[in-house]
Ligand binder design. Structure first.
Ligand SMILES: [Zn+2]
Length: 223
């Protein structure tokens, strides 16, 4: 078993699956979630519940106010509506500028102080229209984190970005999660932030399709 990890936890199905996988593979599991002015801030309630259920060592919730201040993304800018369809543009209008670079560097600050050797991120191939979800980005971020880490400079060890879903589909992620017993009825992915989820935005559609591809129904839409 590997020593420890901090998992980026949004409250959605991918990061929840990553958290459950991390519980199996790491001795100490921390989680970190971000309040970045997202319209679907309700996801943080789900993230808290998941972190509790996964019995993480500690769950950090960090405010990242500048991303909302910058605007320019349908996820944070009230003047841009979240589209009720799959993404027509690439990168999509729901891209938040440098979101994962912000999140990974904040997680790396915690990693440095808590001496955590792995940072988990649940990106997969369906996320690839987002530049900060690609393998190229993940390896570059890992290199930057190691180059700026106090812990690495002192202990001559290494911080790894744990991204086991890179290159696999959301359907594959779901398969892994079902085997691990992830409580998908307690995950939330909708970009519109409604309760119940809208069922129409790109993330709602993607997760419904993942369940349907396995002959199942998304627990949010099982009736
Ligand atoms: Zn939705």
């Amino acid at each position: 078993m590997k020593k420890n990890i901090i998992v980026l936890l949004s409250g959605g199905m991918d990061s929840a699956t990553l958290l459950w996988l991390a519980k199996k593979e790491f001795e100490d599991v921390y989680a970190i979630s971000f309040d970045y002015g997202q319209k679907h801030k309700i996801e943080l309630d789900f993230a808290k519940q998941l972190a509790k259920e996964a019995n993480v060592k500690e769950h950090f919730i960090v405010e990242v106010p500048h991303l909302k201040g910058i605007k320019g993304s349908a996820l944070t800018d009230s003047s841009i509506e979240v589209p009720s369809e799959t993404y027509p543009d690439e990168p999509p209008i729901t891209t938040v500028p440098m979101r994962n670079l912000n999140f990974l560097s904040i997680a790396a600050s915690f990693a440095d102080v808590y001496e955590i050797e792995n940072i988990g991120i649940g990106v997969h191939s369906v996320d690839s229209p987002y530049p900060d979800c690609r393998a190229e980005f993940v390896s570059a971020a890992e290199a930057a984190i190691n180059a700026s880490s106090i812990m690495v400079a002192k202990k001559k060890n290494r911080i790894y970005i744990y991204s086991p879903f890179l290159g696999i589909t959301k359907q594959d992620v779901l398969k892994i999660g079902l085997e691990l017993g992830v409580p998908y009825e307690k995950t939330y992915s909708c970009y519109k932030g409604t309760l119940p989820p809208c069922g129409e935005c790109a993330t709602c559609v993607q997760r419904k399709e993942a369940f349907e591809s396995l002959g199942l129904k998304d627990p949010w839409f099982s009736e």
